[in-house]
Design a protein around this ligand. Structure first.
Ligand SMILES: Cc1cc2nc3c(=O)[nH]c(=O)nc-3n(C[C@H](O)[C@H](O)[C@H](O)COP(=O)(O)OP(=O)(O)OC[C@H]3O[C@@H](n4cnc5c(N)ncnc54)[C@H](O)[C@@H]3O)c2cc1C
Length: 273
């Protein structure tokens, strides 16, 4: 299951990619409290693009393959075609009606079973978090399920032999960690600048490449562990929080006038003298 880079062995890298609604456009239905997804374009989760870019750079440096796995409805194939056009070697969609209603536990289980069905790997890359669900739970849960070490918030990766040296982004600095492979990393946006899909890649993605679509039985997933049935999370209520406090906009013809208006307000409230 592990490689030795000192012996020049190739790396098998798997990236987990989620197709998400472009949340800058998403609105909440005030009556139901759910996201209005109709007419909202779907995109590749931004952090996942950084995970893919880094995997492609590692492959270019050390040789090997990059396989992208996604769990989602059939339309997630569009996102998989987009990342195929960036240069990945293969794409797998885990799609089955039985996966619907999965919480993060059931999602991690399903991705884990899909990854086990793929065979040997050296590195699994996830994004730090998805911009819709936003829990940042999948990477750590998946590593636990596969029983491999994990490093989150990764902003730099180096490989020596069978060991990764990764730099984690922290709020007030950074942390360098050494970890043996196979391991799971979660990517933050500081890691790199993702490449664009190439024109040749797009043509190949739509004319030649076929995403493999695997059902629950293809990955030998236990029905009791997938979808709503396999999800221990129960959502009691969803709601948009009430706006807190009042906003006052201080207007003026120049910056000096606006600053002077702000100082007057602060004096009125005894914040400054
Ligand atoms: C009770 C319940 C029911 C739900 N029902 C549904 C439903 O029917 N349909 C639905 O779409 N969502 C559903 N969800 C949301 C779904 O559980 C989460 O979107 C999913 O588990 C991922 O969590 P996240 O979005 O917080 O991802 P994060 O943990 O924030 O994602 C981190 C990283 O994990 C990887 N990742 C996350 N999700 C996937 C994926 N699907 N495929 C590949 N890689 C992934 C990506 O690399 C991503 O960057 C439900 C949630 C709950 C609690």
């Amino acid at each position: 299951m592990s490689i030795d880079r000192n012996k020049g062995e190739n790396m098998n890298i798997i990236v987990c990619m989620k197709q998400v609604p472009d949340t800058t456009d998403v609105k909440i239905d005030p009556k139901t409290g759910t996201l209005i997804r109709e007419g909202v374009p779907s995109i590749v989760n931004p952090d996942d693009k950084h995970a893919i870019e880094e995997s492609l750079r590692l492959k270019e440096k050390f040789g090997g393959t990059v396989t992208v796995v996604s769990m989602g409805p059939p339309q997630a194939i569009d996102a998989l075609k987009e990342v195929y056009a960036m240069g990945v070697d293969d794409t797998i969609l885990l799609s089955d009606r039985a996966f619907a209603g999965a919480d993060t536990w059931a999602t991690s289980y399903t991705l884990g079973m899909g990854i086990k069905a793929l065979g040997e790997y050296d590195l699994i890359f996830c994004g730090l978090q998805a911009i819709d669900g936003d829990t940042a739970q999948i990477g750590p849960q998946l590593a636990e399920f596969l029983d491999i070490p994990q490093v989150t918030y990764v902003k730099k990766v180096n490989i020596e032999g069978n060991e990764l040296t990764v730099v984690r982004a922290l709020e007030d600095g950074h942390m360098t960690v050494k970890v043996p492979m196979p391991a799971l990393l979660t990517a933050v946006k500081e890691l790199n600048r993702p490449r664009y899909p190439t024109m040749g890649g797009i043509i190949k993605a739509y004319r030649e490449h076929e995403t493999k679509v695997w059902s629950a039985s293809d990955i030998e997933a236990e029905p009791a562990n997938i979808g709503l049935e396999g999800s221990p999370t129960q959502v009691k209520r969803t709601f948009a929080p009430e706006p807190r406090g009042k906003v006052e906009i201080i207007e003026g013809d120049s910056a000096a006038e606006m600053v002077s208006g702000l100082v007057d307000k602060l004096k009125e409230k005894n914040v400054v003298r």
